[in-house]
Design a protein around this ligand. Structure first.
Ligand SMILES: Cc1cc2nc3c(=O)[nH]c(=O)nc-3n(C[C@H](O)[C@H](O)[C@H](O)COP(=O)(O)O)c2cc1C
Length: 412
C-alpha cells in the first residue's frame, strides 16, 4: 500500500524502512534499522530522485504507481549509484521504458557493471551545473566526487530550495512516521547514529565533504533531503547538521572527554582501564567512555573517538604483535583518515613486548596529526601498587591536556 509523504505541495518522500538487515554494508550493525529515501516530483514532467534498495521494492513501486496515477515517468535522477539506492533501477526502466535516466558517465558505467544491462537510449548525461526543466521545478546538477563514491552528484531544485544530497547528511535509523528532523528530538534519537554513519561510511573523505559544503552553501538551501534518515527543513535544523558536518569533516573533536578503548584476555588490561577511568573521574573529568574492543563493534568506538578530544588505547601483546581486535580498531581508524586528536597508550605483556611499540608506531608514523599525551606505559601482566604512580601521572597528563584543549566552533 502506498505511504508517500509530502515535502512540499508537489514533492514527496517515497522511501521506506529496512528493519531486517543486520549489518549495513555487511559491516556496521544497525540496531535501529535504516531508511532508504527516494523522492517524487509531480510536475508537467514527472521525476524520481534516486531509487531504493530491493528490500523495500514493493513499497517503493506502490508509491510510484500511486503518484504517477497512470502517467509516464519522465526523469529518473541517479545521484548515487550504490546498490542500496539502485537495485530497483532496472525494473523502473522496464516499467517506464521512455524514462530518461539522469547521471554522468561514471554513473552509467557503474550501472552497466552492476546490472549488465546497457540502456544507452535511456541515458541522459549531465555535467556540473546542468539544468533540467520539469515545468514549475528546475533541477540543477552539481558533482560531489568521492562523497563517498566517484560518481556522486547532488541535485538542487531551485524553486523550493531543496538539496537532494545523496548520502551526505544521512543517518542510520528508520524513519518513524515523522520524516522531518525538526519533528523529533534528533539529538537524542539519531545524533549518535548520524555520527556513526558519517564517520564509518564517509569519514575518510573529509576534504571532499568540505568542498561539497562550500559548493552547496551559496545555493540558498531551504531543505536537505538525504538518502537515509530524516529530512532537514528548518534553518535551525539545517544549521545544526551542517555544523556537525564541519566538525566531522575537519576531524575536530566536538567535546572534551576521554574514550578508553581496551583489549584484554584475562582481565588485567580491563582492570587498568577501570583504574584510569576512576583516576580521571577523581580529577573532575565527566565524559569518560570505556569500550572493550573485542566486544563493541569498532564502528561505535570510531564514532566516539571522532566525537571526544582524547583517546586512550590499552592492549596486550599477542604472538609478538598487537592484540588483534585493537590492531583492527587502529587499522580501521587509520583507513578512515582519523587524525587531529590526542591519544595515550598503555601496553601489557608477559615476556616479550610488542603491543606498546606497535601502538606508538601507529600514532607516530601511520596517522597524521596525533599528539601522544603522557608517557606510553608498558605493564607486565597486572597492575601492582608500585605502578600506581605511573597511572596517577598519566591521569594528570591527560587532564592537563584536556584543560588545554580548545573545542572549535563553526559559524556558517
Ligand atoms: C595466544 C597468546 C599469545 C601471547 N603472546 C605474547 C607475546 O608474544 N609476548 C608477551 O609478552 N606476552 C604474550 N602473551 C601474554 C599476554 O600478553 C599477557 O599475559 C598479558 O598480560 C595479558 O593481558 P590481559 O590480562 O589483559 O589479557 C600472549 C598471550 C596469549 C593468550
Amino acid at each position: 500500500m502506498h505511504c508517500a509523504q509530502k515535502l512540499t505541495d508537489n514533492i514527496y518522500w517515497i522511501g521506506s524502512n529496512d528493519w531486517d538487515t543486520e549489518r549495513f554494508e555487511n559491516l556496521f550493525p544497525i540496531p535501529l534499522g535504516v531508511s532508504y529515501n527516494s523522492y517524487f516530483i509531480d510536475d508537467e514532467k514527472t521525476c524520481i530522485v534516486d531509487s531504493v534498495d530491493d528490500s523495500i521494492r514493493q513499497e517503493f513501486f506502490d508509491n510510484v504507481e500511486h503518484l504517477l496515477n497512470g502517467r509516464q515517468l519522465d526523469y529518473l535522477i541517479v545521484n548515487h549509484m550504490e546498490p542500496d539506492h539502485c537495485s530497483t533501477l532496472v525494473e523502473l526502466i522496464d516499467r517506464y521504458p521512455n524514462v530518461k535516466m539522469v547521471g554522468n558517465r561514471t554513473t552509467f558505467r557503474l550501472f552497466e557493471q552492476f546490472y549488465g544491462r546497457p540502456c544507452p537510449d535511456n541515458y541522459y548525461e549531465v555535467k556540473e551545473g546542468s539544468t533540467i526543466e520539469l515545468g514549475k521545478h528546475t533541477l540543477h546538477s552539481y558533482t560531489m566526487p568521492m562523497v563517498h563514491w566517484p560518481e556522486v552528484t547532488c541535485t538542487f531544485e531551485s524553486t523550493t530550495g531543496i538539496l537532494f544530497s545523496a548520502d551526505a547528511f544521512g543517518t542510520f535509523g528508520t524513519i518513524n512516521g515523522n520524516i522531518f528532523a525538526d519533528q523529533l528530538d534528533f539529538e537524542r534519537v539519531y545524533e549518535d547514529e548520524a555520527r556513526r554513519y558519517y564517520t564509518n561510511i564517509v569519514g575518510k573523505y573529509g576534504v571532499q565533504v568540505q568542498n561539497a559544503i562550500k559548493k552547496a552553501l551559496p545555493l540558498g538551501i531551504k531543505m536537505i533531503a538525504p538518502l537515509h534518515g530524516p529530512i532537514w527543513r528548518t534553518p535551525e535544523s539545517i544549521n545544526y547538521m551542517i555544523q556537525k558536518y564541519m566538525h566531522w569533516s575537519t576531524y575536530s573533536a566536538e567535546k572534551k572527554g576521554v574514550v578508553i578503548a581496551f583489549g584484554s584476555m584475562y582481565g588485567n588490561t580491563a582492570e587498568m582501564a577501570q583504574q584510569l577511568a576512576k583516576l580521571l573521574s577523581l580529577r573532575g573529568i565527566t565524559d569518560i567512555k570505556i569500550y572493550d574492543v573485542s566486544k563493541t563493534n569498532a564502528s561505535y568506538i570510531i564514532a566516539d573517538a571522532w566525537k571526544y578530544s582524547h583517546l586512550v588505547c590499552m592492549a596486550p601483546t599477542y604472538n609478538l604483535a598487537l592484540y588483534l581486535t585493537m590492531e583492527n580498531l587502529l587499522y580501521e581508524l587509520k583507513a578512515l583518515n582519523f587524525h587531529n586528536h590526542k591519544v595515550s597508550i598503555v601496553g601489557n605483556h608477559s615476556w616479550a613486548s610488542a603491543a606498546m611499540k606497535r601502538m606508538v608506531d601507529y600514532f607516530t608514523n601511520e596517522f597524521k596529526d596525533m599528539e601522544i599525551v603522557g608517557t606510553p606505559l608498558d605493564i607486565r601482566g597486572a597492575l601492582h601498587p608500585a605502578q600506581r604512580p605511573l597511572f596517577e601521572k598519566l591521569a594528570d597528563d591527560i587532564v592537563a591536556s584536556i584543560n588545554a584543549t580548545e573545542i572549535k566552533t563553526f559559524s556558517l
